[in-house]
Ligand binder design. Structure first.
Ligand code: NAI
Ligand code: MG
Length: 323
């Protein structure tokens, strides 16, 4: 398996090396190669991500991605959006897992309110919300495929009571749930967001459109503590990119204070996606081992640095692997 490693900017350069080490420890057979994209590269070369970079990313079986600083500079375009588009990474997947609940938020990543069809007029400004049959079908199918056994079900988050475009989204997702033979229900996104926070144990896989999923997945992050813990995946039919939910955190970059857990859990999702469930679970267990020793970074109330946490994690992995 070939894995492209993109550290990116800021704390991406601190947490990704830890995740990389963890992957190399459990899977010495993986062929890693670095790809440099981001603001740092833009500042140096005037280009944040060129055609060769995209080709390199496309040549990988999976991508481990840190974070990219998006400067306020008007001459700079978001390259993560560019990468998602070029690699057609249509499903944004975020697990939200804690005591008694295990939710997967599946957000459509390519259309809806973020289709980029916008204009400004004299006295108003418009954004077009595009929902297509193709986009709804592939996200609905992906989400239905992720419904787990043991009474798992698909919840289709929508606002079809107001938006005609969501009548279509809901209809197509229901078709896909029926085709996959999974239990399903639908819920209006506003009430759903509150209910997920109040009764997380009621949910399994939730599928929704782009902006609703953006908001729901951040809100659900409340259930599991800070940004330093949350992994995510961007999945397409041919490519997949795994990244922590957090950004480049310029306020703590370069100080060895970043929590690498989100990045390491993203690496575990990468293995899971590649079919290596055993090592994905092993990584999760090793993280718990380290935390139970009281080794934590500052955001979790501890004193360990990023590198020291990584060292402890690699020791825990080796212990688990040999036991
Ligand atoms: P951020 O996620 O970088 O940081 C928000 C707050 O959380 C900061 O106080 C930071 O110190 C803290 N934090 C984040 N990750 C942490 C970790 N692993 N351990 C401990 N503390 C952590 O979001 P912010 O500040 O809004 O954005 C900073 C830059 O990152 C911006 O340029 C933004 O555009 C970019 N960004 C990039 C993303 C990506 O590449 N996927 C996602 C979000 C933001
Ligand atoms: Mg967001």
């Amino acid at each position: 398996m070939k894995v492209a490693v993109v550290e990116g900017d800021g704390i991406g350069r601190e947490v990704i090396p830890v995740a990389h080490r963890v992957l190399a420890t459990v899977r010495p057979d993986i062929d890693f190669f670095p790809v440099e994209v981001g603001y740092g590269k833009w500042a140096r070369t005037g280009c944040a991500c060129d055609a060769d970079d995209i080709a390199a990313l496309k040549s990988a079986d999976a991508i481990l991605f840190g974070a990219i600083t998006t400067p306020p500079d008007p001459g700079y375009n978001s390259i993560l959006l560019q990468i998602r588009k070029e690699l057609d990474l249509y499903a944004n997947v975020r697990p939200v897992k804690g005591e008694g609940f295990d939710i997967l938020v599946v957000r459509e990543n390519t259309e809806g309110l973020y289709s980029g069809i916008e204009w400004r007029e004299e006295d108003r400004s418009c954004t077009v919300r595009v929902i297509t049959v193709k986009g709804s079908r592939r996200i609905g199918r992906y989400a239905a495929g992720r419904v787990r056994g043991h009474g798992g079900h698909l919840t289709i988050g929508n606002k079809a009571n107001v938006l005609k475009s969501d009548v279509l989204f809901r209809e197509i997702c229901i078709e896909e749930a029926i085709a996959a033979g999974v239990h399903w229900d639908t819920a209006f996104i506003d009430a759903l967001t509150l209910d997920v926070l109040m009764h997380p144990a009621r949910y399994d896989v939730i599928v929704t459109t782009n902006m609703f999923g953006d908001i729901l997945s951040d809100a659900a992050g409340y259930l599991v503590g800070g940004l330093g813990l949350l992994p995510s995946a961007n999945i397409g039919d041919r490519h997949a990119l795994f990244e922590p939910v957090h950004g480049s955190a310029p306020d703590i970059a370069g100080t060895d204070r970043a929590n690498p857990i989100a990045a390491v859990r993203s690496a575990a999702m990468l293995l899971d996606h590649a079919g290596d469930h055993e090592n994905a679970v092993l990584i999760g267990t090793a993280i718990e081992d380290v935390l139970s020793l009281g080794i934590r970074t500052a955001d979790m109330g501890g004193v360990a640095g990023t590198r020291a946490f990584g060292d402890a994690l690699v020791r825990a992995l080796i212990r688990r692997k040999n036991s």
